[in-house]
Design a protein around this ligand. Structure first.
Ligand code: NAP
Length: 244
């Protein structure tokens, strides 16, 4: 049975990703920064008959929490097949001249540094897998190429902290994919699409199941699948691959 760790999986896209991977027969370690919320999410899945799941406390902003989560998981399994870096925050919508540096740092802490720290902490467990997969949940808004195109539908969305953090995450994804290019790893960035969740006060047009399905697709790529790509059905409906 393949194993997967998903950060920020107690609700919304992360939670639905857990549900869909459970339905595909994966054993899910459901990452949560709040133990109680994690237990409730797991209870919900178990009540649906999806019982190959347990919560794992992990706050991606907290070095000690990541270290503790790695130790806990290492006592349970020797091999992790999939890591999904899903936890993310939006910060404010302020533009480049207005954004508060504290907000910028907080958003980077979760969306960028947190992903790197979690990835580095769990790579040794992933190394044991025959087909390891790392999925970095990015945003279509992280495309710098499209931010330079005034005809793009999201061109006016210039939220400096969030956009910069996801563009940086995209850059790290390319770096990581390159470092692992001679291995069986597939490392990709996935835009789940603008989706109605707590993240945006449920303003997005997309559904959580559709968003999670995009994440699941990258998490379950076969050996022939691509690595080092930026998947986005929203940015590029025809190819599914967004420009960086
Ligand atoms: P959400 O509803 O706000 O859920 C975010 C999840 O991340 C929650 O479980 C939250 O935990 C967790 N989280 C936040 N900070 C954390 C931390 N420091 N450590 C561990 N967990 C943390 O957001 P969502 O819409 O599902 O978004 C999931 C991912 O998709 C994010 O990376 C987001 O940037 C990306 N995305 C979303 C959209 C969209 O339209 N929704 C579009 C593009 C990309 P708590 O419950 O404890 O707060």
């Amino acid at each position: 049975m393949k194993t997967v760790l998903i950060t920020g999986a107690n609700k919304s896209i992360g939670f639905e990703t857990a549900r869909q991977l459970l339905q595909q027969g994966y054993y899910v370690y459901l990452g949560c920064r709040d133990k109680e919320k994690g237990s409730q999410a797991v209870s919900q899945l178990i009540s649906e008959g999806l019982d190959q799941v347990e919560p794992i406390e992990i706050d991606v902003n907290n070095k000690e929490s990541i270290k503790a989560a790695r130790e806990v998981l290492g006592q349970k399994i020797k091999v992790l097949d999939v890591l999904i870096n899903n936890a993310g925050i939006s910060g404010t919508m302020d533009s480049a001249l207005e954004v508060d540096i504290t907000v910028l740092r907080d958003v980077f802490e979760t969306n960028y540094f947190g992903v790197i720290e979690v990835t580095q902490a769990f790579t040794d467990l992933l190394n044991g897998a025959s087909e390891p997969r790392i999925v970095n949940v990015t945003s279509g808004l992280g495309s710098l190429t499209l931010h330079d195109d005034p005809t793009w539908k999201y061109y006016p969305f210039k939220a400096a902290a969030y956009v910069s953090s996801k563009a940086a995450l995209n850059a790290y994804t390319i770096m990581l994919a390159h470092s692992l290019r001679e291995t069986a790893f597939k490392v990709n960035a996935v835009d789940p699409g603008y989706t109605a969740t707590d993240f945006n006060h449920h303003s997005g047009p997309g559904t959580v199941p559709d968003a999670a399905a995009r994440v699941v697709k990258a998490a379950t790529l076969t050996a022939e699948g691509p690595t080092g790509k930026f998947f986005s059905d929203d940015n590029s409906p025809e190819t599914g691959i967004s420009p960086w």
